[in-house]
Design a binder for this molecule. Sequence first.
Ligand SMILES: [Zn+2]
Length: 158
Amino acid sequence: MGIMRKSSKHVNLAHSRSGDYKKLLYKINTDNVCPFCELNLKKYHTEPILKEGKYWLITTNQNPYNGLKHHILIICKRHIETISEINKNESIELISLSGWVNTQFKINGGVLMIRFGNTDYTGASVTHLHGHIVSGGKRHKDTKSIKIKLGYKIARRK
Ligand SMILES: [Zn+2]
């Protein structure tokens, strides 16, 4: 990784993964802006907006996790960072738009994951609140499971 650079409040470089995504995240960090606030999103995110609700945007992840068939992002249009900030109308639309994704992509089984709060606890690379809707293939004898980071283990006493 070379020199450890200090993460801005908007992104967490320790969670940058590799390749082009890492380069992009370092650029966003240098620019010191929130990549998921609407004006900036157009600048850094090249995937189309699949659906725009009143409170959330649906788009595909431009850097999908390995092995996924679907990797959709649901990004809050307002800059919030934690789950307790989601208001009632946003809550309702979050679930209804996730349902739209489910139907639109004919997802037989998937996961809605929302990391929130301090990214040093969650593995998130972007602080602005967003959810992931992910789905891989169907389990059979030789398939491998998909592993997604959702935090760090606490130290246990032996
Ligand atoms: Zn933001």
